[in-house]
Design a protein around this ligand. Structure first.
Ligand SMILES: [Zn+2]
Length: 244
């Protein structure tokens, strides 16, 4: 299979030579690609507006609010998924770093790239994932290896193989059948931050990521923080219901 949707080349995994997307799955993936691009573009716009607001506010608070609004979606997303608030002394530097990483991700996503789809429950794919993890152990990258193994255990939605030159985005085809457009787009955004902006997996949402309850360090470089924050800002900006 080798199809092009929205300028994105979609192939199947080498272990899945018989997999072909049906009409419904193709339409879904088409929408998901469009949605993932909206998600990063919407979020980037909100974050940049909020950054401008911070600058204007130092001169004229009322003007900043009148022109840029409250910034409430940004504040909610940063607090919830990056664990940072205005009270933090490094807030502006963190905000700049997040904007820079998201800008790189958005630039990559808006251009043509490649997605590989397949069935994660195939034994070979699980073995590949474990092999990759042991490769990481051999290179002394223990936290990366643990993250890889944890991801396999908890049911992989997608991944980017960091050791592979192409760093292609892999997507579990089951996600297309079972998840909303926004949720699959969130997976694409997660993987795109690995691919284009070099993020790592510090913590997934289920690792007490919310409000950084887990006390994680360096969430500025955490893929899932970007994925969930972008979905939240996109949802709020477009006034979409929960579950979108
Ligand atoms: Zn990841």
């Amino acid at each position: 299979m080798n199809i092009v949707l929205q300028g994105v080349t979609v192939t199947n995994w080498s272990k899945d030579p018989l997999l072909k997307l049906n009409t419904t799955q193709r339409r879904k993936l088409d929408n998901v690609i469009v949605t993932s691009r909206r998600m990063t573009a919407d979020s980037l716009k909100l974050l940049r507006d909020y950054r401008s607001k911070r600058v204007v506010k130092s001169v004229d608070a009322q003007m900043a609010k009148d022109y840029f609004g409250s910034g409430e979606y940004v504040k909610e997303a940063l607090d919830k998924y990056f664990g940072i608030t205005k009270a933090s002394p490094t807030f502006d530097a963190d905000l700049d770093a997040i904007i820079a990483k998201l800008a790189t991700t958005d630039g990559g996503l808006q251009a043509p790239f490649a997605i590989v789809v397949g069935n994660i429950h195939d034994g070979d794919d699980i073995r590949d994932g474990i092999r990759d993890a042991f490769h990481e152990v051999a290179q002394g990258q223990f936290s990366a290896a643990i993250a890889s193994l944890k991801f396999i255990r908890t049911g992989t939605e997608g991944w980017v193989h960091g050791g592979h030159a192409l760093k292609r985005i892999h997507l579990n085809v089951n996600s297309l059948d079972s998840e909303s457009d926004g949720k699959v787009a969130r997976i694409i955004v997660h993987e795109a931050t690995h691919k284009f902006a070099g993020t790592v997996d510090v913590a997934y949402k289920w690792d007490n990521l919310k409000h950084n309850a887990g006390g994680h360090a360096n969430l500025i470089n955490n893929a899932d923080s970007y994925a969930w924050a972008c979905r939240l800002m996109w949802k709020r900006k477009r006034n979409l219901p929960s579950g979108s």
